[in-house]
Design a protein. Structure first.
Length: 219
């Protein structure tokens, strides 16, 4: 088997989506910490691997892939013993990919648009529109879940890992009210029962929330 290296750090939601996928697949890998807060993603060495200077980054024996969504898809296609986590069936795959693009463009961006100004410029004031983006995204997520236990139906997939890693971190900015969002609340609790969830996601999400909770003032 080729040598897999994942670059990242636990507080990053997209890194945790990849950790969840790797653990679910039970694939051996090396985890190399890139401390964004120390600027380690901007070194010449890292930029040569990922000019977009983001984590997660996957190095599969010299094949470099970034963006968590692309990494999770690749990992299941290459290393999955079945296609359960990323079905090959076109219709199932299309529904799943919609959830991945939703995470990439809406859910995660609602978090990143607040956290990046804080981490790199110490901006602690957050315009109400940015909070509203999170609330809108929660509404969509609640709606997508419908009557299903997971985001695309009856079984867990990488859509749950990607959206779940983000959703479990967003309470750093807006808490998930169980009365308003009973489906998101139950879904996150369900993900919490996965044997690898605590190590791969819950600990990093808690750390992320502790770092940012009570930092922001809405203006
Ligand atoms: N869409 C990307 C987002 C990756 C991303 O924004 N990662 C953040 C950490 S959570 C990062 O690397 N920030 C450093 C930078 O953008 O310079 C993915 O899913 O991998």
């Amino acid at each position: 088997m080729s040598k897999l290296v994942l670059y990242g750090l636990d507080i990053s939601p997209p890194v945790r989506a990849c950790l969840l996928t790797l653990r679910a697949l039970d694939v051996p890998f090396e985890y190399k910490i890139v401390d964004l807060l120390k600027g380690e993603h901007r070194t010449e060495e890292f930029l040569q691997k990922n000019p977009q200077h983001t984590v997660p980054l996957l190095d599969d024996d010299g094949t470099l892939i970034w963006d968590s969504h692309a990494i999770c898809c690749y990992l299941v296609d290459k290393y999955g013993k079945s296609d359960d986590l990323y079905p090959k069936d076109l219709v199932k795959r299309a529904k799943l990919e919609q959830r991945l693009y939703f995470d990439a463009s809406v859910l995660f961006m609602s978090l990143r648009n607040i956290s990046v100004p804080y981490f790199y410029k110490k901006v602690t004031t957050v315009p109400q529109e940015k909070i509203d983006n999170i609330i809108d995204a929660y509404g969509h997520l609640e709606n997508f879940l419908g009557d299903s236990p997971y985001l695309t139906g009856d079984t867990v997939t990488i859509a749950d890992f990607c959206c779940g890693a983000t959703a479990s971190s967003l309470p750093a900015m807006v808490s998930i009210d169980p009365e308003k969002y009973p489906k998101i609340t139950a879904w996150l609790a369900r993900l919490g029962e996965l044997p690898y969830y605590k190590e791969a996601n819950a600990k990093g999400a808690e750390e992320y929330i502790a770092l940012l909770k009570d930092v922001f003032t809405i203006v």
